[in-house]
Design a binder for this molecule. Sequence first.
Ligand SMILES: Cc1ncc(COP(=O)(O)O)c(C=O)c1O
Length: 394
Amino acid sequence: MKHRDVYLDHNATTPLHPEVKKALTEVMDCFGNPSSMHAFGRRARGYVEEARETIATFMGALPEEIIFVGSGSEGNNTVLSTVGCQATNCDCERLHKTHIVTTTIEHPCVLETSKCMQGRGGRVTFVGVDRQGKISLDDLRDSITDETGVVSVMMANNEIGTMQDIAAMARVVHEKGTLFHTDAVQAFGKIPFNVHDLGVDFLTISAHKIYGPKGVGALYVRRGVPFCPLVHGGHQERGRRAGTENTLGIVGLGKAVAMRAEEMADEAIRVAGLKKMLREGIEASIPDVSFNGHDTDTLPGTLNVSFAGAEGESILLYLDLEGIAVSTGSACASGSLDPSHVLLATGTPVEQAHGSIRMSLGRENTVEDVEYVLEKLPGVIGRIRDMSTVYTRS
Ligand SMILES: Cc1ncc(COP(=O)(O)O)c(C=O)c1O
């Protein structure tokens, strides 16, 4: 097959949707400050509020429950770093408690913020997962104390794709009188959900995982739930996130969500079919492989696979030479040769974790892409194994 570029790293980021690009081009000249009362400002305000409405409708929220933020990381930081807040000038009394419960497989922006709160006198419990990345409801329940300010569990894992039963978790957390946050950055726009059915108090999303621009996200905060801003200053976002709104980014996020509403259902089926083809092709053509994550409760396009006797980084580089983009661990952790904290948390042996790559498929991938990968991958793995001093075929 002729050389082609195949992008299989949609969990790291996604290309702009053509409709998002069009929407951005159309509003590029709208420079007004959404807080200004004149026509320039009112026009920008109109765009911001239209996007808020679209996002709220898509997730079953009220527009005033959506706060625009600078990234998924900022949304997660906002929720976690206000636990233990002692401010008296905002509505955050229930956040005065200083204990955070989260899990061992969260994205670094949750793990590191939690550790930072630990350094500031807070206490954190990291709940572990089973071999497929699932969190037990009993473990979660047992970790909550009277001092727990918030429980944070990701809806879908960025490395292995495993999805959690967020609605059941929210019930457990509320029974204990605690607030519940979910990082839905990877799940949003890929699987359908409604914040009311889930019953969560806080939920984070990010535009660049759903074919929107980078550097913009949103935080859902259920009406009536205590909240303390991370960024203080002006009255933007009803005093909940200061800073002049990123109008262009917000328009891009709004359009990306509008396109998810149109395309998500069909795309999930198509992408899951491509993933199945990829998985079966790998199993049929390469010996000594194992797949990481949950078999059924998983994101439609995420496939994490370990190849015995081959380093993930070598596989990535060889595939890159063939035009195929995959990743090892999360994009934020790449550059470090440590094995993935997610795989280690699932009890994956270190050697197997070192030999893993993540392939994440998306809307522009085709059957021809998968055929190309299946043509190139066996040769790449074979070459790496031939150079290995430790690999012997089982
Ligand atoms: C699960 C998860 N949470 C949070 C983030 C951070 O989002 P952002 O890149 O918008 O800061 C990512 C990005 O990889 C992610 O996968």
